[in-house]
Design a protein around this ligand. Structure first.
Ligand code: SF4
Ligand code: SF4
Length: 360
């Protein structure tokens, strides 16, 4: 079926992420082409980040950022990593522009630490990223997008120190717009450390076409964040059989073991990673021998740490978290999985004992 503005959303929802991206990649490219006549303007702000989300985007399989900028003429009006302009000329763009889409990469320091991240100066005074997000989101015409876990929910800069606080009071768009005026356009969060480039391109194409992207309570596109990684993992059969890697020596896929005991967070993390995979659908963490560390979990990294420790050993105090009710929901899910896991382990031990008894 031909992809049109009308059926974009329906096809996206009915086909699922993988099939949609595989079937309609060239049409997603065309969505950007359609936008070129309208002179679509995109502003990409960087808060507290390591630029890995930009690097991730530059590696988008199709369409890639180079195509978008050079061939498809979506005007990236501001992006500190790739734009040629600098100094006053660059900052003037931020002062004057009415972006169609505002993308944030990195987290926003707040409160008495707001000055921890500033972008340029106006009238000789540094402007905080919090101030730019407030001003530009109010002027944005189509959508505000948080790309990556830092921009969505605070990510690594929001991790709590030994005193139980984030050193820069870092937040993502989700928390930022709880205490600041919400923009009139949708706010869409695409968490991940880094964010998935193909998912961002799909969301951008849809929003530029005027297609409504259905999001959950945290602003995440339901298309990519409705299912647990665990439910689509290629190692799920090993989990169901109770075949667990006890150490990383057994993590290679050929050993046919599930990575639960070496810390996999697939059972508590919602994302389409296992379906769409990464690097153009080539691979994903668990298949490559690395347990999922829950980088797309809304409370990454605190709620999923320490990494590489078995899940049932984790202690999470839901009352101290930013997403108390969500954590509780996730914990209930985790408890169910852990219960099943313990049941399987007991069942395995009983079978072993039974067999040993039979031999005697
Ligand atoms: S625990 Fe991890 S490795 Fe095992 S099946 Fe679930 S997602 Fe896959
Ligand atoms: S599988 Fe887990 S760790 Fe890997 S990218 Fe997805 S959410 Fe992040």
């Amino acid at each position: 079926m031909k992809l049109t503005r009308r059926n974009f959303g329906k096809l996206l929802a009915s086909m699922g992420a993988t099939a949609f991206l595989t079937t309609y990649k060239s049409e997603v490219v065309r969505a950007f082409e359609d936008a070129k006549d309208k002179g679509v303007k995109l502003v990409w702000l960087q808060g507290q980040s390591d630029t890995a989300c930009t690097v991730s985007l530059l590696q988008a399989s199709d369409p890639d950022l180079y195509d978008a900028v050079e061939e498809l003429k979506v005007q990236i009006a501001f992006h500190t990593t790739i734009m040629p302009d600098f100094g006053e000329k660059a900052i003037r763009v931020l002062e004057e522009i009415e972006p169609d889409v505002l993308v944030l990469e990195g987290s926003i320091p707040t409160g008495n630490m707001e000055n921890a991240c500033t972008v340029g100066e106006v009238n000789g005074k540094p402007v905080t990223i919090a101030q730019w997000v407030k001003e530009l989101s109010a002027r944005t015409r189509v959508a505000v997008v948080g790309f990556g876990s830092c921009a969505s929910f605070g990510g690594i800069p929001s991790a709590r120190d030994f005193e139980g606080r984030s050193p820069t009071n870092a937040v993502g768009l989700y928390q930022f717009f709880q205490s600041n005026p919400k923009p009139s356009v949708p706010v869409i969060n695409i968490p991940g450390c880094p964010g998935h480039p193909d998912w961002l391109m799909t969301v951008l194409a849809a929003t530029l076409l005027g297609v409504n992207i259905e999001v959950d309570g945290l602003g995440r596109p339901k298309l990519f964040f409705s299912q647990l990684i665990h439910d689509n993992c290629a190692r799920r059969g090993f989990y169901d059989e109770g075949w667990f890697a006890e150490s990383f020596a057994e993590s290679d896929f050929s050993k046919k073991k599930c990575l639960f005991k070496v810390g996999c967070r697939g059972p508590v993390t919602y994302s389409a990673c296992a379906e769409t995979k990464w690097n153009g659908g080539v691979n994903v963490c668990m298949n490559a021998g690395a347990p999922c560390i829950g980088c797309m979990h809304p409370e990454f990294p605190d709620a999923v740490s320490p990494f590489y420790a078995e899940q049932r050993k984790l202690e999470i105090d839901a009352t101290k978290t930013l997403f108390g009710s969500l954590t509780t929901a996730v914990l209930v899910g985790a408890a169910a999985y852990i219960g099943t896991h313990i049941y399987k382990e007991n069942k395995e031990n009983n079978l072993k004992k039974k067999k040993e008894g039979e031999k005697k």
